[in-house]
Structure formats: C-alpha cells, structure tokens
Design a protein around this ligand. Structure first.
Ligand code: GAL
Length: 812
C-alpha cells in the first residue's frame, strides 16, 4: 500500500468505528478518558462521616485538582514536617466529588485512576470502601462499575488523605490529591489498565521490529468474538504498520495477544531528535468498536559498556543529567504540565539530556514530556527499603506494599522511550548488611518479570566492594555511585567488567545573586551532617561563586572536571537541577528550601548554570558575573564562563584589564578587580575574531518595576500558566542587584494568581499571595488562565517605583 492508500484505509477503519459506535448497544462504546479534576469539595481535618452521600459538604471549600494543601500554609519551625520537610503543614484532609452518569453507562466498564495521592489515599464510592494506598507516589485505580448509580441518582466519591504521621520524608512531599485524576469509561470488552507493552528488539536502518503485547479483558455477560487491531502512526499521523489478531473471549475472560510489526526505515528517537510514533489499538466485536487505546512508541537502542560508557543508537554520548525532586516551587507538589515543561525547557537550554526522578515515581506528565523533548530518564522507585531513614517513612509499609509499588511503576512506565534505567533505590541502608543481597535480588527479579529492555541500577554510597551488599548481590546491570568522584579512577580496578554511572554528584550550594569574596577559597558546609553551621552568613545566603559544597560533595567544577574524560563512566546526575522545598542544608530555620539547585526555586538560573551550558550545550556562551554594584575600592572577583573561543578580554570603563584563556582543565577565567562604578565589558575571541560581547552595568537607584512573561499567549483551558519575571530596575532598565522591594500584584480578566516566589531559601512569605518581596532584584509571578478566552491584565506596583504592566492573551 502506498501512503495515500494507508491513509484512506485508516480513515475507513475510523469511520467504521464511528458507525459501529453509533449503532452499537450501550455496552459497546469506545474509551472515554474523562478529566476528573474539577468540582471537588475539600476540608482539612478528619471527617469519617463524609463517606456517606447524605453528609453535607456544602460548607466545604470548592476546588479543582491537582491540589496540595501544604503549599497553601504558612511556614513554621513547629510544623511536624520540620524544615527538612519544608516547614509547611501536613495533617489529614478529605475530598469529595459528586457526579452523575447516564443510564447507558450501566453497560460499560468504569474505573477511576489516581496518578498519586500523598499519602495514605483512601477511597470510597457511595459508601463502599475501595481501598487505601499508603505510598504517596504510586499511581492506582479502582473499578467502580458494581457500586455506581445511573440516571438521576448521584454518585459520591470520598477520599481521605492522611499525611499526619511525621516526619515521613527527607524532603517536601506536599499533601493531598496532588496529581491528576481520570474517570475511564470503556466497552465491557477493553484493553486492560496499563494493558500494553511495546519493545523494539531489532533496529536497523532499513527496518525495526516492534513487538507489542496487548492485554484484553471481557467483563461483559456474553462470549465475544473479537478483533484486536493495532496501527502504528508516525509523527504526522500516517499509518506505517498495522496488525490484527482475532480471538474469542468468554465471559470474564482475559488474554494477552502479541503483535509483531515491521516498521520500514524507522526514524529513531534521540535526545536531539525525539521522534515519536504512536500505536492506536482498537478492539472490535464484529464491526463494533469496543475500546481504543493509545501507546507511545519511540524506536531507539542504547548500550551501557564497562569501558566505553553509554551510547544511544550506536553513537557514544555522555549522560548529562540532573536529579530533581517533584515539587514545582511555589506551586508545591500540585502537578501542572506547563510548569514541568518550563523546568525541562530551562534544563534543555543548559545542555541537560537526562533526568533522575529522585527518589520516587514521578508524575506521568514528566515522562510524557521527557519522551517529547528528548530527555533520558532514570526512573527511581524507592529512597528506603525495610530500614528507615526517618521515623514514619515508607519502611512502615515495605513488607506489604513494596512488590505492588514496584510492579505498578514498571507497568505504568515501561512504554516510555525516554526511560532507559530503572533505579530500585537511593542510598539504601541495606547496602551495609547482608539483607541487601536478598532484597536486591528480589527487586531486580520483580523488574525483570515485567521489563528486560532497560538496565536496573541502584544509587550506592559504599564503594568498597566487599562492604557493599547490594553490589554483592551481583544482580544489578549498572552500578550507580553517589558522591564518589575522588574514587572513580579506581572503579575499573575495583569493579572489573562492571558498567558504571555517577548517579548523584556535587551537592554544591548557592543562593542566586549572592557573592562572598574572595571567590577562590573552597568551603565545605556543614562540617558534619548533624551539626549546625558555625560559620556562614547572617541572612542564610550562600555564595553563588562555585566555591561552596556539602562536605560529602564537591563544587560543580570539581566533579565535572573529574568525570568529563572518564570514558568508562556512562555519565552523571547533578544534585540538583532545581532548588526544592525542604532539606535546607547547611542552615537551620528559617532556611526551608534547598541550596543545591543549579536553578533557584523560582526558576532563575544561578551562575553555575552557565558553566554547564558552556560545557554541555552547543550554543556559544559568554557569561560574566557578579553584578557591578560594590563598595568603591573593594577587590571584586570577576568570573567568566565561555566556550567556542580561545580567549576573553575584560574591560572596565573602556580600559582593558587583560586577556585570559582557560589553562589545562580550567572551566572559568577570573580577574581580581578593584571596584569602580561603570561598565564591565567582556569580549570572547576565536582566532582573533570577536565571538560574543557581554556588558555588566552599575545599576542606579531603583526606579521601576518591569514584567517579562515567558509567554504572552497561553491556552484558555484553566490549566496553562504564564511565568512572569518581575525585576526592580533603574531608569535605564538595569536590574538593581540587591533590590528587595515589596511588589503588589493586581490582576484582571481571564486569569488568576497561582503563586509567587523569589528563590530566596529563607523567605517566610507565603507562596499563595498577591504580593512578594523581590530578592536580589527579582521575583516571580505565576498566572493561570481561566477557561474563557480573553485578556489578562497584570499590574505590579511598589512604593516609590514606577509600576509595571503587561497584558496576556488567552486563546481556545
Ligand atoms: C544525598 C541524598 C539526596 C540528598 C543529598 C543532599 O546523599 O541521596 O537525597 O539528601 O544527599 O546532599
């Protein structure tokens, strides 16, 4: 068939399907995936009677999911989450949603899917208890069909969320139904939940073999003769392969069927060109479409090699990754796809090509975006096994739940082409005793029963082979080590023949826009994990020259230098891409969020971002810092990160301060300059020719507020966001580097404020507010659209300053 014939045949299939839908009985409808996030009622505290439909919730708050009640609270040292957990409230909360279903839905299979509820999500439908899920990061579903009402009779879903047992995490978790919820309606014969599995065992230039397992179930009252038809569509929607499989399923029966496709001249998925196909699976009884189901497909192959490191599609490359926790700064843990996408855009621009989902199953949207944007993923299951790290962490339900939690992660995620590594744990205590051997073997077995196409790793800290019992299990495909940059060179000797990756590194510390002089002394803070910092700054800031790290880590430059030429290392993950809530090492309260990010909590890059960019990205980089507002005569260290040039010349007020080049393994050049106000100018040159020029001006007094949205046009879908950078500037538009003015926001039209932030790790201002102090010149306003297309007018005022204004457009 030529392409046109294929398109026609696909249109025919679809039209038949639609006809089938029209004339089918009501039990035979294709899948409806219904966004079930809107119209919930919520109340803090425990309300056991709320499981009953008669219980009056009219005075409960109305809200839409995803929702995180912790992020709405005020900071306090006394919250049982402690500063390590973000110093925000936790506790118990209840959600309720009432809904109706049409009478014809009686003949359908109906279930509800929760992507994640933190934690102990316990669900009732019409008073029937469906179950509880202790692990706050696991996705789960419940069949509802047998308990539902139809027609005029209302259904009531009630969800109790219990995050009261604290501390249960070493970082901020959020509380509530913080991920998406969907209601699924299908025909009684349907593809199972997470019911497909795609592998690509053979890939050449001319063809790819694609195998697909489809799990089909008959929940109807009769035996059915079925056809399962799966069609691979390319990125333009053109059919490239199709397979059909006929079967008969008795009442209550289920079957796994296999498709074997050949895709001619496959376009491969890579981090630079993440080409995606998709597979549409349709289940027919005769001509009637009973269900349809989509599975993403990326065709790629990869290899980890003990000597040569990592390669993707036969091309050697280094995994240049970051670890990230799941919170989205001012939005808390409440999932928003655009907020995740913005973070990934910022990281992509820096040259990051991989994400480690530290230390738990991520939101499905993160994985969809990694597929689409070209990030390799290390999907991580656990931070603890049987042995606890904090009192109420998941060790409490390990025995009962670990198999299910791990299986569900693999079943949910195994079709994402971006995932190339499964991690069964982070810095697990059992590596230090012999129980590590049997648990590792068990977990690896669980993974391999469901997927053998990725490597299984674990992030280890004990690097003496005889002392590491997870290693002793010999069950891992890839050894991951955290913070062992000083020992890497010995690894090929200590671990002969093993494949290696540096799963976690650096833990360098910085506050955006804050600089301590001199810049060339390296500091390790704190001196011991449990001891408070004896030195440090009174305002809980940390220098953003790359000079401070946790004592178990290194500066950004130290580890990157040691790893970049180690071919046997598949790559590395930096701790972390973004600052996150909780774990404010090295400071005590009021510090309440981490200092480890290359980018701050608000999404503003710190300076080391540009070191990575100069090394990892293909763009030309010239980054000059710090700001140029100091005391007259003070000696200031000027650092420059650059690439694609031989040298940089620095000028102060037109006078050359000399030309410098990186020597040996240098990653920056530095000038020590007696300060005088004016203009710093740097020029990078290659073969004597100017490549880039950058200027840093001494800013005058604060005069105005400026607003710079990341996008001026957003979707009118009630979800999309615009991230507006708010700067305090002098008359010429230079940001005032130490400005901390209070900014008030007024918003009108089809939008609302979702959050405010300024990236300052010790700010105790709330994230849900219409005001924010600038920190080191900047703050952030996050605006969300309503469902109506129109305009959003935003005005930012600050005492004595000229206000800033911007108008956004929201479109259908
Ligand atoms: C690691 C740990 C991370 C984080 C980090 C801070 O040991 O795996 O979760 O705590 O330290 O430096």
């Amino acid at each position: 068939m030529n392409n046109m014939q294929k398109i026609l045949s696909f249109i025919l299939v679809l039209s038949l399907a639609v006809l089938g839908w029209n004339c089918s009985s009501s039990e035979d409808k294709e899948r409806q995936v219904i966004d079930f996030n809107n119209g919930w009622r919520f109340q803090l505290g425990d309300h056991p009677n709320a499981i009953s439909a008669d219980f009056d919730v009219s005075n409960w708050r109305e809200l839409n999911l995803p929702h995180d009640w912790s992020i709405e609270g005020n900071f306090s040292e006394d919250h049982p989450t402690k500063p390590e957990g973000g110093a925000l409230p936790a506790g118990i909360g209840w959600y309720r949603k009432a809904f109706r279903l049409p009478t014809e839905a009686k003949e359908q299979s109906i279930w509800i899917e929760f992507d994640g509820v933190y934690r102990n999500g316990e669900v009732w439908i019409n008073g029937h208890r469906l179950g509880i899920r202790p692990n706050g990061y696991s996705s789960f579903k419940y069949d509802l069909s047998e308990y539902l009402n139809y027609g005029d009779n209302v259904n009531v879903l009630a969800v109790r969320v219990d995050n009261s047992q604290q501390p249960n995490s070493r970082w901020y978790t959020g509380s509530g139904i913080y991920r998406n919820v969907r209601l699924i309606r299908t025909g009684k014969v349907h593809v199972e939940h997470w019911g497909t599995y795609i592998t690509t065992p053979e890939i050449t230039d001319s063809s790819a073999t694609v195998n697909m397992e489809v799990m089909v179930k008959n929940e109807g009252s009769n035996e059915r003769k079925l056809t399962v038809r799966s069609t691979i569509l390319d990125a333009e929607g053109i059919e490239v392969a199709q397979e059909e499989h006929a079967l008969t399923l008795g009442k209550g029966g289920s079957a796994d069927i296999m498709h074997h496709f050949t895709v001619p001249s496959p376009k491969l998925w890579s981090t630079e060109q993440p080409y995606l196909y998709k597979v549409v699976t349709q289940v027919f009884a005769g001509m009637q479409l009973m269900d349809d189901y989509q599975t993403p497909l990326g065709i790629r192959y990869f290899e980890f090699d003990a000597k040569k490191g990592f390669s993707l599609n036969g091309k050697p490359m280094k995994i240049l990754g970051v670890c990230n926790h799941h919170d989205l700064g001012a939005l808390g843990a409440a999932v928003n796809k655009r907020a995740i996408e913005r973070r990934l855009e910022i990281l992509k621009e820096m040259g990051v090509n991989a994400i480690r989902t530290a230390h738990n199953p991520p939101a499905p949207e993160l994985l969809e975006l990694c597929d689409e944007m070209g990030f390799i993923v290390q999907d991580e299951a656990f931070d603890v096994w049987k042995k606890k790290k904090v009192d109420a962490d998941s060790h409490l339900f390990w025995d009962e739940w670990h198999r299910r939690d791990l299986e569900d992660l693999i079943l949910r995620d195994r079709n994402h082409p971006s995932i190339m590594m499964w991690s069964i744990g982070n810095e697990i205590r059992e590596q230090f005793d012999s129980t590590g051997i049997s648990i590792t073997k068990e977990l690896v077995r669980i993974v391999k029963e469901l997927d053998t196409t990725r490597v299984v790793t674990c992030a280890l800290t004990e690097n003496i082979p005889s002392k590491n019992f997870i290693y002793q299990s010999k069950a891992l495909d890839l050894l991951g080590f955290n913070y062992k940059h000083k020992d890497h060179k010995n690894f090929p000797k200590w671990y002969p023949g093993e494949k290696l990756i540096a799963t976690e590194n650096m833990s360098a510390l910085a506050t955006r826009g804050h600089y301590d002089l001199p810049s060339d002394t390296i500091m390790r803070w704190p001196q011991s994990y449990d001891k408070p910092l004896e030195t440090g700054n009174e305002d809980w800031t940390v220098s953003a020259y790359d000079q401070v790290s946790a004592y178990w880590g290194s500066t950004h430059e130290e580890t990157w230098k040691s790893i970049k030429d180690q071919d046997f290392m598949a790559g590395l993950f930096v701790w972390t891409g973004f600052d996150y809530l909780g774990e404010p090492i090295p400071y005590p309260y009021p510090a309440r969020s981490s200092y480890f990010g290359i980018v701050d909590l608000a999404g503003f890059p710190k300076d080391s971002y540009y070191m990575y960019k100069s090394e990892w990205a293909s763009d030309t980089v010239l980054h000059v810092f710090p700001h140029w507002n100091w005391e007259e005569g003070q000696e200031v260290d000027v650092w420059v990160y650059y690439n694609q040039a031989d040298e940089v010349e620095l000028f102060l007020n037109g006078e050359s301060l000399g030309t410098k080049s990186k020597e040996g393994d240098d990653l920056h050049v530095m000038w020590r300059v007696p300060y005088e106000p004016g203009t710093l100018r740097a020029v990078s040159r290659k073969d004597g020719k100017a490549i880039l020029e950058k200027k840093v001006f001494t800013a005058g007094d604060a005069q105005k507020v400026t607003l710079a949205p990341d996008r001026k046009i957003i979707k009118a879908d009630g979800k999309d966001l615009s991230f507006i950078t708010v700067s305090i500037c002098d008359m010429d538009g230079n940001m005032v580097p130490d400005a901390n003015n209070m900014v008030n926001f007024e918003i009108q039209g089809e939008g609302k404020i979702m959050g405010v932030d300024n990236g300052y790790q010790a700010s105790l201002e709330p994230f849900k507010a219409n005001y924010r102090k600038a920190f080191n010149g900047k703050c952030l306003l996050i605006v969300q659209s309503t469902k109506d297309a129109g305009e959003i007018s935003i005005r930012a005022t600050s005492e004595h300053l000229q206000p800033g204004e911007v108008v956004l457009e929201t479109v259908d």
